[in-house]
Write a new protein. Sequence first.
Length: 153
Amino acid sequence: MNQLRAAVIGKDGRTSAIIESLHQSKRITGTVEVLSGWKFSSFQTSREEEVRLNLQRLQKRDEAPHFVVCGPEEPLAAGKDGIVNWLRREFGIPCIGPTKKLAQIESSKSFTRQLLAKHGIPGNPMFRVFSGLKGIESYLRDLGSFVVKPDGL
């Protein structure tokens, strides 16, 4: 049975559970954090560079992970094509997590609301997506009580 090394991106409850599960596997020889905190709403160069440097450091020591698990939604949805495709393209490392397009269900309220409406899935509140101020005032007046939420994480 081949032994595998895993890397984990994130530092939250979900990521802790992922790390604990990986440690319980007989096939995983070790886990390493390549990026402990994800504090930006976009895959900014400094964060990308941090991941790049950490992975290059591991590769030099012959400790490169066989795969990466991404815990939080933010890096999945960030940047030009999210971290999943970026890791595959830049390092040839598979990443467990949805691609940026598939992560929209978590990262974009407007995408999710429109998806629920399109397929008649119950539980979807009344909503309307605006890209500017035109029509907002009359729509809110017609609603009465309402909650406004920005799109994104």
